[in-house]
Design a binder for this molecule. Structure first.
Ligand code: GDP
Ligand code: MG
Length: 730
């Protein structure tokens, strides 16, 4: 006969109703023996259904698949070596969270799976409501409700089995154990790959996880295979275990188990309604601490206000506390600049070192305290477990703009620096979700843009600078929402895929962990200063300096200065008049010199593009230099506004009082409308060259070009409209 033969294995916790379901399926035709080599009972039976001959194997009842007991090893070896077509996990629905622990481990084995939610009668009586449809989608497996003792659901179970055989694994769910553990998993995987260790039908990731968990059975197997080479593997594994243990104050085994429960908790939080909590109250079961905190932090009523309060506190912490060290660094760099300026006599070399290197790189380093504080705040929120809750709370809001709650974490990081934010987008497994999140991250105004706002808002709106800056941030967030919707409706069409938001247990962050996480991101920011910004500062300096205007030209000005000197010494003008005239001449000189330089020419060349936005050639040049790093806009404007030479030299990117003269110069040259518009343009166009390099690494060159293209277009269009419409009224 053309009968198709398939094998299914029944797994499940003891007393979940496995034997009952086995009997329902196979009737009387069963065979009892032992698994080879062990005394664990093996029961098999057969059922004929719709042209399929289905062999059913009853696996030993287990709570987990870790090698704690013979039963667990037997169960997992059977699944991995005999490769049943489908594993049916029989679950006691009245005790869902605990029973899903095995299901999660089965999913990690990457075996086709069907969940039998047995004992739904008991669960229903206890008032537990489960959205099995949503849960099924979240977990990527079919779920069938059964009541084994009444024979309900057997046929549906067989249907689900056949469907799963035919479709295979629909969606691969991979549980993330958190950055700390993930990094170590990657290291162990690398050494296993390097040593070409066979993985016995397990996935290499799975083996790495088991080594971290110190699974005795797997260690034994690897030892046998690796022989001599095992020492190298052991070294890596031990160092990983030590690293994790010292940072998280718990063994990897505990952390990994926690992460699995975090995954289950996250899945149930969405699909298993409030009733369980009330039920727990009624049944007198004492909720654990984590549960109690969650009731407040993730509640529908208090969740969002608490979240907003925490965000507000975070920004206060970052900017209020950061103000002082930023000020010291600013003064420090200025002093260094003056000092070196005095030592070096050669004009060109002095200008290269003071203006370009100390000015450009120093400007970035000056803001490091803000970055450290922001990254520290984020590390505290992440390591304590709150960030996942915040994402959970924000999930509904994020869904409205077509994103998942998880997107929210990289977006927050984006307020600090877009580079780690892009990397943080990796937590989004779905590619479309990830790309949309990356494409809108630029509107989360990064720390490098703040000095630009401080300068321009201070120059044009001194009385209401704070509110003006706030309005720019707000417009950024608004733009992110709009663009997320637009991108979702066009290039990245499709529903944001539901997936489980892991909810890790609350944990007291360790100093070591906070230090490492803060440092990692700060380092990315500093590396930018040392590499790209250094190189770009020098390049821009070259553009500003060369070609040097001819000698005749400066002779001409020297003559003019000599003339004024004469007038002064003969007493025809006062010293004050003399000084102001000389500065005027010098300013003119600097201006002409710049107009003659390559940068000046580029600016003039680009001017027609920017003119409809109200920008002149200086702003055009500044915009181009902002591609290197947005902070450079400030120093470029400083150089270009040809204020007194000494001032030009010492104008750091500083947001402080020192740039007073630059503010004045800006106020003279531009209208407030143009000033505001320039801030808008700075906000909207793509972050910077180093961010784009990371974008390319994470998403490919095509997406990077799209990011550059669409943000430029958007920035131009918005600024065009603002200037044109604004000009009608002002
Ligand atoms: P096993 O340890 O997983 O093999 O569990 P059993 O099949 O031996 O079942 C344990 C007990 O639960 C038995 O008394 C069954 O009659 C009972 N049982 C099985 N399924 C259900 C169900 O869906 N609802 C209820 N109320 N009881 C069930
Ligand atoms: Mg049994």
């Amino acid at each position: 006969m053309g009968e198709k033969e398939i094998t299914i294995a029944l797994a499940g916790n003891p007393n979940s109703g496995k034997t009952t379901i086995f009997n329902n399926l196979t009737g009387m035709r069963q065979h009892v023996g032992n698994y080879p080599g062990v005394t664990v009972e093996k029961k098999t039976g057969v059922v004929e259904y719709k042209g399929y001959r289905i062999n059913v194997v009853d696996l030993p009842g287990t709570y987990s698949l870790t090698a704690y007991s013979e039963e667990e090893i037997v169960a997992r070896n059977f699944i991995v070596n005999e490769r049943p077509d489908v594993v049916v996990d029989v679950i006691d629905t009245s005790n869902l969270e605990r029973n899903l622990y095995l299901a999660v481990q089965l999913m990690e084995l990457n075996t086709p799976l069907v969940l039998a939610f047995n004992m739904v009668d008991v669960a229903r009586k206890a008032g537990k409501i489960i959205n099995t449809e949503l849960l099924s989608e979240l977990l990527g497996v079919l779920i069938v409700e059964t009541i084994g003792s009444k024979g309900v659901g057997s046929q549906e179970l067989l249907e689900a089995v056949i469907k799963t055989v035919n479709t295979g694994i629909k969606k691969k769910v991979e549980i993330k154990y958190g950055d700390e553990v993930e990094n170590e998993i990657a290291k162990i995987m690398a050494v296993l790959e390097e040593q070409k260790i066979p993985t016995f039908n397990f996935s290499i990731r799975w083996i790495a996880v088991k080594l971290l968990e110190q699974d005795a059975d797997i260690i034994e197997k690897i030892k046998k295979e690796a022989g001599e080479k095992y020492q190298d593997i052991e070294k890596v594994v031990n160092s990983s275990i030590n690293h994790i243990t010292s940072i998280m104050r718990n063994t990897p085994e505990v952390i990994i188990a926690d992460a699995r429960y975090g995954f289950i908790k996250g899945a149930l939080m969405e699909s298993y309604k409030e009733v369980t909590r009330e039920e727990m109250d009624r049944s007198g079961v004492e909720p654990d601490k984590s549960e109690k905190i969650d009731r407040i932090l993730t509640s529908r009523i208090s969740g969002i206000p608490i979240f907003l309060l925490i965000m507000w506190l975070m920004f206060q912490f970052v900017f209020t506390l950061g103000k002082y060290p930023v000020g010291w660094l600013e003064i420090g760099f200025e002093k260094i600049g003056v000092l070196i300026g005095n030592i070096i006599t050669h004009d060109l070399i002095r200008s290269l070192i003071v203006d370009s290197i100390i000015g450009g790189v120093g400007g970035v380093i000056t803001f490091t305290p803000n970055m450290i504080l922001l990254f520290l705040a984020i590390a505290i929120l992440e390591d304590s477990g709150y960030m996942a809750r915040a994402a959970f709370v924000m999930d509904r809001v994020m869904h409205k703009i077509g994103l998942h709650g998880k997107s929210f974490i990289p977006l927050i990081i984006g307020f600090g620096c877009t580079v780690p934010a892009y990397m943080g987008s990796r937590i989004l497994e779905n590619k479309k979700d990830r790309l949309v999140t990356m494409h809108i991250n630029t509107f989360m105004s990064c720390g490098a843009r703040l000095p630009v706002y401080v300068l321009f808002a201070g120059a044009f709106f001194p009385a209401i600078a704070g509110n003006v800056i706030f309005s720019i941030y707000l417009i950024g967030v608004l733009m992110a929402i709009i663009m997320a919707r637009v991108l979702r409706a066009t290039r990245f069409k499709g529903e944001s895929e539901p997936f489980v938001m892991e909810l890790p247990a609350y944990r007291m962050p360790t100093f070591k962990g906070l230090f490492i996480h803060t440092w990692e991101r700060t380092w990315m920011y500093l590396k930018k200063a040392g590499t790209i910004i250094l190189a770009m500062s020098i390049l821009i300096w070259i553009l500003f300096t060369f070609p040097v205007i001819g000698d005749n030209y400066s002779q001409d000005y020297k003559g003019q200065i000599e003339e004024v000197e004469l007038l002064c010494s003969s007493g025809e003008i006062t010293v004050d008049e003399y000084n102001s005239t000389v500065s005027e001449i010098e300013a003119k000189m600097a201006g002409e010199r710049l107009a003659y330089s390559s940068a000046g020419r580029i600016g003039h060349f680009l001017e027609p593009v920017f003119k409809p936005l109200g920008f002149d050639w200086k702003m055009s040049v500044a915009t181009v230099s902002g591609i290197a790093a947005k902070e450079m806009i400030v120093s470029t404007m400083g150089t270009l506004c040809s204020i007194e030479d000494s001032d030009v030299l010492s104008t750091s990117e500083g947001a402080g009082e020192e740039s007073g003269s630059l503010k004045e110069a800006l106020g003279k040259d531009y209208t407030p409308l143009v000033g505001y518009n320039f801030m808008l343009f700075t906000l909207l166009y793509f972050p910077c060259a180093s961010a784009m390099a990371v974008f390319r690494k994470e998403a490919g060159i095509k997406e990077m070009l799209f990011q550059i293209g669409y943000t430029l277009l958007l920035a131009w269009t918005v600024s065009f409209l603002v200037f044109q419409i604004g000009s009608l009224f002002i």
